[in-house]
Design a protein around this ligand. Structure first.
Ligand code: XMP
Length: 323
């Protein structure tokens, strides 16, 4: 019979059998899947696991702290945080094209993570042989993957290492759906703020700024996003809404008035969607009073934003994210 407790027990035994006395590395993204996978492996092999969290500076307000403090407190995991925000901002300077942004963020992420892997290997010896991944059952089916553990080649010929170190994958969530992963996460004692998180794209806020990404724009969007999330949670809408991207139209300005001042600021877009699987989505018919509260707070509290607009496009034709 399926219970979160049984799954934990079964996977802990399987992970121990697979990893033995070797070591494993897990990249935490701040998302549910990598957090639960990391927590499971931690429960199984404890200090043989090192988690790596790459802070690309594109996270939402409080998310990095959630990983650094709450996740570590709940699991006791050994965590390395790599603050790479300057590096990402530098690489993204002057770039507005969405695909270009995605490519740069993906590329820099791999480089930073591989550098961290290399350091761990140098410090802890080449017996670090396992890489933990939060692959879910739908991912397995989608990619046509069969049974067994894939071997991936890690291309980090940065020097000082054999060229062909192969990490074997540990994928303790391969048989689970998202809702089951959440139950397992709670069973492992992870806080709701992590376990109940809505989907958030890997490139983070970088693809929610239409236009060039700068530190100032990120700070502004982080504030607006935090307000929207607070109000949605307070209104009890977290389960009804699949996710609500908050988007900054950084290249657009419009005229407004605040007090007796004319303003010339940026619009913020709210994109609340309802969906089963993100393949299709409909815009969520949110209560007007909640929209009004979010709009009033954002325009009052976030400097340089003087307008809040609602995206009423379904997917298709619109995607959930704006970029
Ligand atoms: P779209 O915008 O294509 O998004 O309708 C569908 C779902 O995927 C998420 N998304 C991503 N998730 N890395 C991710 O991990 C990405 O690059 C990425 N792009 C979009 C999006 O938030 C939505 O849930």
């Amino acid at each position: 019979n399926w219970t979160p407790g049984n799954i934990v027990e079964e996977q802990v035994a399987a992970i121990r059998a697979q990893v033995g006395d070797k070591r494993a590395i897990c990249a935490l993204s701040g998302g549910v899947d990598s957090a639960v996978a990391g927590a499971l492996v931690q429960k199984a092999i404890g200090s043989q696991l090192t988690c790596v969290y790459v802070d690309h500076g594109l996270m939402r307000k409080g998310e990095t702290e959630q990983v650094e403090k709450d996740f570590v407190a709940a699991t006791g995991v050994q965590l390395r945080v790599v603050d790479a925000s300057e590096r990402f901002l530098g690489a993204l300077a002057g770039v507005s094209d969405p695909e270009e942004k995605r490519k740069i963020i993906g590329r820099e992420f791999i480089r930073v993570f591989e550098q961290a892997q290399l350091e761990i290997l140098q410090e802890e010896g080449p017996e670090v042989a396992f890489l933990v991944q939060g692959t879910l059952y739908p991912d397995v089916v989608e990619s046509g993957g069969g049974e067994g553990t894939a071997n991936i080649k890690s291309h980090h010929n940065v020097g000082g290492l054999p060229d062909d170190i192969e990490f074997e994958l540990v994928e303790p969530l391969r048989q689970l759906f998202k809702d089951e992963v959440r139950l397992v996460g709670s069973e492992l004692g992870l806080p709701d703020e992590i376990v109940q998180r809505q989907p958030f794209p890997g490139p983070g806020l970088g693809i929610r700024i239409v236009g060039e990404i700068t530190k100032e724009r990120l700070d502004l969007l982080r504030e607006a996003d935090a307000i929207a999330r607070q109000e949605l949670t307070a209104a009890g809408l977290d389960t009804e809404i699949w996710q609500c991207p908050v988007v900054l139209l950084a290249d657009v300005r419009s005229v407004g008035v605040q007090g007796d001042h004319r303003t010339y600021g940026h619009p913020i877009v709210l994109r609340p969607v309802s969906s089963e699987d993100a393949m299709t989505a409909d815009w969520t018919r949110m209560p007007y009073d909640v929209l009004a509260r979010i709009s009033t707070r954002i325009t009052n509290e976030v400097a340089d934003v003087n307008r809040v607009v609602l995206d009423v496009t379904s997917k298709p034709p619109g995607t959930i994210e704006w970029e």
